[in-house]
Write a protein that binds this ligand. Structure first.
Ligand code: NAD
Ligand code: ZN
Length: 273
């Protein structure tokens, strides 16, 4: 893996900043999973180029006729490449590098916009899935989440076993408010951050995209972007690493370890020290 010198220099800066910060968080987006074979929505090869950008009424349609929504969901194969990619995908070196950063105390919390479950599969523990997790089902009344195999889909729409509320996939639909528990946690984490890594996100979906700016406003947080392309937040970032996260993040772990005074490490997931 050969990264250009400019990228290496930016990664060294990023590592130094991370080591000097007191509370580092990350905001991840679809680009983090591009190297796991999951298409992004925007950017080169994004799904919106093929299907067009959906309207903002998905949640309203669900509320109007949840039975029909569930029937369509179970029978139709909308965006087949997305469904297939989600089924097959495995974490890439970028996901594992974030686990390493968490274990060595360099990353306190990860807010991901991805619904693909790959951060959890890799081993990230301090994580908020701001747009949900496609492997889960959520009650819109009590906000409890269930594994898919815990819920019978014999009768549609399914009801919450705890409160009889309406169940939907945990994935946040277009036009659906962010579930209040996860939104609160994301805001609390942003308010604590004095350094935010912005990873593989076009940073135009709100309120997720606002989190780095909240950290900046409240704490003067340093913003570090890793993305091969320019984004809506590039201009306000202090350090920009123009590289794919699957290549840059493992290098960042090495640089952070060096800056922490632990020296070089050889591949794989690190032991906590
Ligand atoms: P986006 O599709 O709007 O933008 C993708 C970003 O990833 C672009 O900035 C692109 O330059 C960057 N990118 C592409 N390849 C990359 C790589 N190898 N390394 C780093 N960056 C790379 O994605 P978004 O900002 O996350 O917003 C889209 C919304 O759609 C999200 O809210 C998310 O919930 C959802 N979504 C999720 C998934 C998933 O779960 N994997 C996939 C597509 C979309
Ligand atoms: Zn409920």
């Amino acid at each position: 893996m050969t990264l250009p010198d400019s990228v290496r220099a930016a990664l060294e800066d990023a590592a130094q900043t991370i080591v000097e910060a007191t509370y580092v968080t990350a905001l991840a987006g679809a680009g983090m999973s591009a190297e796991s074979g999951i298409p992004t929505f925007r950017g080169p090869g994004g799904l919106w180029k093929k299907y067009g950008e959906p309207d903002n009424l998905g949640y309203q349609r669900f509320l109007k006729d949840p039975q029909q929504w569930w029937e369509e969901r179970l029978s139709e194969n909308q965006m087949p490449e997305m469904r297939e990619a989600l089924e097959k995908a495995e974490p890439n070196p970028g996901h594992y590098a974030l686990v390493d950063l968490e274990r060595i105390g360099a990353l306190r919390h990860l807010v991901t916009q991805n619904v693909d479950n790959l951060h959890r599969a890799a081993g990230s523990e301090s994580i908020s899935e701001i747009h949900g997790n496609h492997t889960l089902i959520r009650c819109i009344k009590c906000v409890r989440r269930f594994r898919r195999d815990e819920i019978s889909l014999d009768k549609l729409p399914p009801e919450c076993p705890t409160c009889d509320g309406l169940l939907k996939t945990d994935t946040v639909m277009f036009g659906e408010p962010i579930p209040p528990d996860v939104l609160r946690r994301c805001q609390e984490e942003a308010a604590l951050s004095d350094c935010v890594l912005i990873l593989g996100t076009s940073a135009i979906v709100y309120p997720a995209a606002a989190l780095p700016e909240v950290a900046r406003r409240l704490n003067g947080a340093t913003l570090i972007e890793i993305n091969p392309n320019e984004t809506a937040l590039t201009e306000v970032c202090d350090i920009v690493v123009r590289a794919p996260t699957g290549e840059a993040l493992p290098e960042l772990v090495t640089a952070v370890r060096r800056a922490q005074g632990h020296g070089e490490v050889s591949g794989g997931i690190l032991e906590a020290t």
